[in-house]
Structures are given as C-alpha cells and as structure tokens.
Ligand binder design. Sequence first.
Ligand code: BGC
Length: 500
Amino acid sequence: MSFNELHKACEEKLSKEVDEICEQFVVDSDKLAQMTEHFIDQMEKGLQPLPADVSEATDRGLPMIPSFVTGLPNGSERGVLLAADLGGTNFRICSVSLFGDHTFKLEQLKSKIPDELLEDENVSSKDLFSYMARRTLAFIKKHHPDAMEKGASAPVMKMGFTFSYPVNQTSLNSGTLIRWTKGFKIADTVGKDVVQLYQDELDAEGLPFVKVVALTNDTVGTLLSHSYVSESGSSLCSGEISEPVIGCIFGTGTNGCYMEEINNISKLSPDIREKLIAEGKTHMIINTEWGSFDNDMKVLPTTKYDIDVDQKYSTNPGFHLFEKRVSGMYMGEILRNILVDLHCRGLLFNHYKSYNELPHRLRTPFELGSEVLSHIEIDDSNDLRETELSLLQSLRLPTTSLERVEIRKIVRAISRRSAYLSAVPIASIIKKTKSLHKRYHGEVEVGCDGSVIEFYPGFRSMIRHALALSPIGSEGERKVHLKIAKDGSGVGAALCALVA
Ligand code: BGC
C-alpha cells in the first residue's frame, strides 16, 4: 500500500470510529419518553417520606428538597439586603437594592474560589467558611463603612445565603450538607449546618450584625428573581399560583426547582404541613436536585467515557450522574476522555508516540473547559482555524485539519446529548404539574441561569428541539418560554432574606 493509500485508510478509519462514538450519544424520542416517565416517577418517590426500614437498596427517588419558600414575589418587594453566593467557581457577596417595580441594583464583590480550597485534601470547613467571612468583611468595609464603624451596635443587616449544593433543609435558615458536588471535597462539612458554619465565622470576623436569615439554592434564587423581574410575576403572588414556573441552572452544575402543592409533599412532617396550610399557604418551592437523577442508571444513556469520567476522575463517583452528562463542568472532560482514547487506539495525534508524550494539559482531568467546546461547536472558519487556535491555546495541542473535522463532530454529539437530556426534567415537571392545561393559555415560563444555557451556541434551540420530540410534543414546546434570569443567586437570596 502506498503512503497516500495508507493515509487515506487511516482517515477513513478515524472517521468511522468517530461516527460510531457519536452514535452512542444520540438521544431519540423513545429515549426521551422513557426518561421522562422515569423522571416523574422519581419526583413522586422523592416527595414521600423515607420508609422506616430504609436500606442502600431502597429507591429513594430524587432528593426533592423542600425549600420552605411558599410564595413567589410579584415585583413589588422593596429593601436593601445582603446576599452571599457560593457556586462551583466563584464566591460572591452582593448588596441588593430591590426597588419594588420589578427592578433592582446590585453591587458585588466576586472572587474566584482559590484552587487550594477545591483541590487540597487537608482543607477543613473552617478554612472555607473563614475565607468566605473574610471576603464578606472586605465587602462590608468597602460598601457599608458606616456599619463597620458601629461594630456590634450596628443595625442588623439581613443576608440570604445561596449555597448551590444539596442540603437537607430543615427550615428557611438552616440546612445540613448532604454531599459536595462540582469539585469540592471538604469531608468535615458533610452533615453540618452550613448557615451556622458561616455565621460563626462572620461573628469571629467582627460582623455579628450580618445575620444569615435565609438559606437557598441557586435554582430557587433563579425562580424567585425571575418572578420578581417578570411582569407576569404580578399575577403569581403568594397563594394565587395557577401554574408552576420552573427555575433551572445549566452551568458548571445543573439543577431545577418548581412550585409543588404542599398537600403532595408528604415527606414534610404533618405538623409543618398543617401549620402552613392553616397560614393559608398552598405551595412550596421544591429543589429537585435533578443532577442526581437516575444514579441507579436505569434509563440514562451511558458510554464508556461517562463511566470513566464518573469513576476515575470525578470527586463524587456514583452520584450526580445526570449532571455528569449535562453540565458544563463535564462536557470538556468527556471530550478529553474521548480524545485520549482515540489517541491510545492509534487514531488521533499520531505524532505523539505514547500517552505520556501527549501535551500535559490533555492528560490533566478537567483541564478542557466547555468554552473551548463552544468555539469548536460553531467553527466555520477556513480549515477550522478557530478550532486549531482554541486547542493550541487551551491544551497546547496541535491538530491536523482532518482531526479537527472529527473533533467538531464529537463536540456536537456531546453538546446535543447534553441539551436533549436537559429537556427531560423540564418536560417532566410540566407534565407532572399539568401546567400546560392550567391558566387560560397554558403558557409556561422557565427561568434559566448558568453559563451553558446563556453562552453555549445553540444550546437553547437544541433543548427546544428535544422538548418537541419529548412527550409534551411540538404543541407543548411552543408554549414553553425559556428565559434567561440573570443574577438569580444574588437577587433570589435577597428576596428570601426579605421574607425571613
Ligand atoms: C448542585 C445543586 C446546584 C447545581 C447548579 C449542583 O451540582 O447539587 O445544588 O443547584 O449544581 O449550581
């Protein structure tokens, strides 16, 4: 065989293998229907109390965490409140002024979470929460110097705390961490009340007048801030809810929440339910923690790359398996695993003779961010030069033009599966709550936040395609409005603190 023939044969083999990989990432309408049915079942299970004889094998369903938030804002709320927001990448302190006319002003101090807090094995809860308290101190000194001067005698400043990890919420201002997600692994925080941990450190930093009065999840914040900002929020004031509005995050992690009838939340103790109903409350926001959907892997599409990402590289193997197929933190890691595998099979980057010769960054877990995929996704430059540059910059990885064509195919398969899976919880909540048949037009607003839904090219349209293929069908899909709700974690936490 001549050199040219050999070269051609290699190209064809690569293309064929890549097509086979991409095929494993396809989610069709049957799969969407199967997943939607299972998702609804898991929501219903998660609303039930755990049986007394619970064991490892018990199907507990989705976490379905009661938020203790029983109404949505209507835009008329006013006040100046503090908000703290611990996400997967950043920690923010905000001062939020709500003007009572659907508008707000937000001043913030945003800091990238130091790598050692995420990576160092010896980090303790105290290290994390005292870091947060020190950032809070820096913010208060700058934005509220009058309070600093008064010290302990300063008037109380109410703070809402957005903590975007699964907690067992016991009241509006307390909750214990169930487990970390998105890279944190500080073992001694699990099982502790995160509000108490933060308040203790605020007190220790000389900020006793900053009172953490509400604990919330970023999805709950997104739903609240969406209702505050949205003009249609006016008709959704507490007690008059006639349709669920979903709040969701598609960013580093993924999750969603919605309004559930208190009568259906049988895991709440009868005392609490009766008390709320006596107060005229009918609904409560449930934080589904859908990142945990199908940890038993009954219906989730699974490739060997998903298994490797979960088992070999993630900090929480066996958990949040839906998130690991959907969210921004994992899209790049799936691609990295596929590229390394293709190299090891002699199909890609053949100028590197062995795995150890590959650029260090390509061998480093989680080094490939979803923003690189977003450049590749829509690269229509000559010879895919954008892709070439992006891979050189991010991974120091040189590529041939043919390799780039194949890499773009893989990127599109990963993002499409992510978006199609994202449609499943949305379709399921809409179906479970029968919201398409409520209110006069059955329109459903979904407040969304997160880097993937906001910035990943085509992500929202792909969710829409999948919604049309899902059991809600194209007629249902037309009534779903996916709206970007900015700053949910800040404004939402402030709104929670206001009612606390
Ligand atoms: C967490 C959720 C959070 C979501 C989005 C997930 O990893 O478990 O609590 O809402 O990320 O930030």
